[in-house]
Design a protein around this ligand. Structure first.
Ligand SMILES: Cc1ncc(COP(=O)(O)O)c(C=O)c1O
Length: 422
């Protein structure tokens, strides 16, 4: 019998990269079992999706109840109350003391696409400004906005017109908030009239780009530039949303509101759903039929999302994210003196990362980072890397992880870091 890796290689496009060759059989909270019965601790959570854990009983129950009623009508044809109620909840939950409206989609990239469509329609302007190192999806606008060429853009061009990239403010890599704002100023002088810019899109914490948080005060300054030129500010909260950073939305750390927010991943607790929420007059700009999609706001995913929001509130997952993050960062700080390759330990709430350089230099160390990931996998701990240089390990375990499983994972992590140096 051919093994699964051979079958996968024969059947699946090489372009669909895979981090592990663990074929999932079942999963529960922060644990996954493969077909051979091996148990893994999941510090990836399906890339920040199951913040509420695999198969949270309340999410499962909500989906089962919905399965017994109807699975699909298309909200644009025969609407359902749950869709409206979820929009009401998101409108109330997003930062910003102004009337808001929502539209649902299925993936993060689709939410981003639609946020740009809405922004262009409302402003009547074409330009969009994004950040180097940012990630916004694999569709045409998503990849055009994404600030990383390999593997996301190379060979797929031409990219969309009128997309401009700024350096992301990141003191660790020598780009200050002033540098980024000066680059924006230069962009407006050299390349595009700000009166032609519809939106600036930013991740409050860059996800795929390396878990770098927008520095304190920067978002407010970006907001001021947007206000000055009547540009819309779009917060891409696809990865940061739903309690991951210790708040329901990462923008709550920054004291200003975006005009539009994109969400996905954690919202559905494992079912595919995404959303754009924003200023009511902006969201209402496109004509009826201009927004939507056959599966957009699927009833099963909408039911799951209601349960996710209930669980986050009832189990106080924002506070739990902060506590888990503190424990993880303390543990890493505890070994940092013995591991000179560790150059930074960071991240709000439980959106944490550790970055590795070659010891005593500022040269990124993707080799060691990858070895740590492999050593962890040998110890049945699933880790993800990220960053433009591939030298960052990001931690995305479910926020519902049991204390004993979390402690076990921290032991495995420490052993893996030590083993990768040996
Ligand atoms: C910030 C951000 N935006 C957009 C996306 C794209 O989401 P999806 O993969 O669901 O299309 C991602 C996915 O990782 C993301 O992290």
């Amino acid at each position: 019998m051919t093994n699964m890796t051979d079958r996968k290689n024969a059947a699946i496009s090489r372009g669909v990269g895979m981090t592990t060759q663990i074929y999932a059989d079942r999963a529960e909270n922060a644990e996954i079992w493969d077909k051979e019965g091996n148990r893994y601790i999941d510090f990836a959570a399906g890339i920040a999706v199951v913040n509420t854990g695999h198969r949270h009983p309340r999410v499962i129950q909500a989906v089962k109840d919905q399965l017994d009623r109807f699975t699909h009508t298309c909200h644009q044809v025969v609407p359902y109350e749950n869709y409206v109620a979820l929009a009401e909840r998101l409108n109330a939950a997003l930062p910003g003391d102004f009337p808001k409206k929502t539209a649902f989609y299925t993936t993060g990239a689709e939410a981003v696409e639609n946020a740009i469509k809405i922004a262009r329609h409302y402003t009547g302007r074409p330009g969009v400004v994004a950040f180097a190192g940012g990630f916004h999806g694999r569709t045409f606008m998503g990849m055009s906005l994404t600030g990383k060429v390999q593997p996301y853009k190379a060979g797929f061009g031409p990219m969309m017109n009128d997309v401009w990239h700024l350096p992301f403010p990141n003191d660790l890599h020598g780009v200050s908030a002033e540098d980024a704002l000066a680059a924006l100023d230069r962009l407006f002088k050299a390349d595009i009239d700000p009166a032609r810019v519809a939106a600036i899109i930013v991740e409050p914490v860059q996800g795929e780009g390396g878990f770098y948080e927008v520095p304190a005060g920067f978002m407010q300054r970006l907001r001021a530039v947007c206000d000055q030129h009547k540009i819309l500010l779009i917060a891409d909260e696809v990865q940061t949303g739903f309690a991951r950073t210790g708040k329901l939305f990462a923008m709550e750390h920054h004291g200003v509101a975006a005009d539009l927010t994109t969400m996905a991943k954690g919202l559905g607790g494992g079912l595919p759903i995404s959303a754009v929420t924003g200023r009511a007059e902006v969201m209402d700009s496109p004509n009826p039929g201009g927004l939507g999609g056959t599966y957009a706001g699927n009833p099963l995913a909408v039911a799951a999302a209601h349960a996710v929001l209930d669980v986050i509130e009832d189990e106080q997952l924002c506070d739990r994210a902060t506590r888990l993050g503190q424990r993880l960062k303390q543990r890493l700080a505890g070994i940092a003196s013995e591991v000179p390759e560790i150059t930074d330990i960071r991240g709000p709430g439980f959106m944490n990362a550790v970055e590795f350089n070659v010891a005593g230099s500022d040269k990124p160390n993707p080799e060691m980072t990858n070895r740590i990931r492999e050593e962890a996998l040998k110890r049945n701990l699933i880790l993800l890397t990220c960053g433009v240089y591939g030298n960052v390990i990001r931690f995305l375990a479910p926020l519902t992880i049991q204390d004993e499983v979390f402690d076990e994972a921290l032991d495995k992590l420490e052993d893996s870091i030590r083993a990768a140096r040996a």
